[in-house]
Design a protein around this ligand. Structure first.
Ligand SMILES: Cc1cc2nc3c(=O)[nH]c(=O)nc-3n(C[C@H](O)[C@H](O)[C@H](O)COP(=O)(O)O)c2cc1C
Length: 327
């Protein structure tokens, strides 16, 4: 079959896979595989890489793959390609997260514009400036989430804010030993999943909100080179929610997450996450029921203006995650 004008050449396929692999993922597990060809890019889930023991393990894999999927869309739009996205296209193959078929030239200009921030985005676990995200910027982030079928709910009512903080605190205190040990092993491996510079400083316990909302992924590990710091006193928190709670919803939430994080990066806003109450089924139910409506919480975000920019977190070598198919 002859190549069409809009077929992806090998360097383009490589670039799309590299961009996709830079998406955020649970504990930097990168639980994905990409199959690229001239006419399509597929995103597959690799659940064996997921952190073990949490109630959210399966969901986190689909969320991570959803973030990679949005990045594939942005990269293809940047390359001037029109696409057709089929989410979970094969009922018998639930690990096939999506097939993105290249259908022509063109591409969504909004997604193409966001591509610019793919290499700049970082999860930032360092202190933020003690000032709120302006309402106008938050509206843009909410709009980004909505375009992917999710809701970004700002926790701006004090009782609810405090309630979620309490759930975050409780989750940290009641976490299973096995979950903690699995994470510790990943953080202290020869090549740690999240290096010390990306973990950020140990929050100084001063009994303030900030200490709770900043998730210390390595409590008590005493990693060399890790300082301590006081964080912003009243972190900005938001919950990303979806109307349903299925693999398709998790993929949508992952796409919404990456879309809003890229939008945020473009406005100088950084994020870290405090997902610990979502990793326990009972506490997650409490995060939902604390809302006035019945969205399913997928991510708890801390948003703000960074003081420090961490380096890019490491990624698996491309040969481990990329398979070339087709002509
Ligand atoms: C589903 C999901 C859950 C996450 N949960 C947390 C979390 O609770 N705390 C945290 O600090 N980071 C969390 N992260 C961020 C990842 O740890 C981060 O994306 C990864 O280490 C790669 O770093 P990067 O985002 O800077 O590229 C989560 C990311 C995803 C996609």
């Amino acid at each position: 079959m002859p190549y069409t004008d809009h077929a992806l050449d090998v360097p383009e396929q490589t670039a799309v896979a590299a961009a996709a692999a830079s998406a955020p993922s649970v504990l930097n597990a990168q639980p994905w595989l990409f199959a690229t060809g001239p006419d399509a890019v597929e995103v597959r889930a690799d659940p064996l890489r997921a952190p073990t023991g949490t109630a959210s393990a399966e969901r986190d894999v689909y969320l991570s793959c959803g973030a990679a999927l949005f990045t594939v869309r942005a990269a293809l739009a940047r390359l001037g390609r029109e696409v057709r996205v089929s989410v979970l296209p094969e009922a018998r193959d639930p690990l096939l997260v999506a097939r993105v078929a290249v259908t022509g030239d063109g591409g969504d200009p909004a997604a193409a514009a966001l591509y610019r921030w793919v290499g700049e985005r970082r999860t930032n676990r360092h202190p933020f400036r003690p000032e709120p995200v302006p309402a106008g910027v938050f509206t843009l982030l909410r709009g980004a989430a909505e375009r992917e079928g999710a809701t970004l709910r700002r926790l701006d009512a004090e009782p609810e804010y405090q309630r979620v903080l309490t759930l975050i605190r409780r989750a940290s205190l009641t976490e299973d030993d096995a979950v903690r040990e699995d994470r510790a092993a990943r953080l202290t491996a020869g090549t740690p999943a999240v290096p010390v510079e990306n973990l950020g400083p140990v929050p100084r316990r001063e009994g303030r909100d900030g200490d709770t909302a900043v998730r210390d992924l390595a409590p008590g590990l005493g990693l060399p080179g890790r300082g301590t710091a006081a964080f912003e006193p009243h972190p900005e928190l938001a919950v990303l929610e979806t109307p349903q709670d299925s693999p398709a919803s998790w993929i949508a939430a992952g796409q919404a997450l990456q879309r809003l994080l890229l939008e945020a990066t473009g406005h100088g806003v950084a994020a870290s996450f405090a997902n610990q109450p979502l990793e326990d089924a009972d506490l997650r139910a409490d995060v939902s029921s604390s809302a006035a409506h019945f969205g399913h919480p997928q991510m708890v975000l801390r948003l703000g203006y960074p003081l420090t920019r961490p380096p890019a977190a490491p990624r698996r070598p491309q040969h481990e995650v990329l398979r070339r198919v087709g002509r």
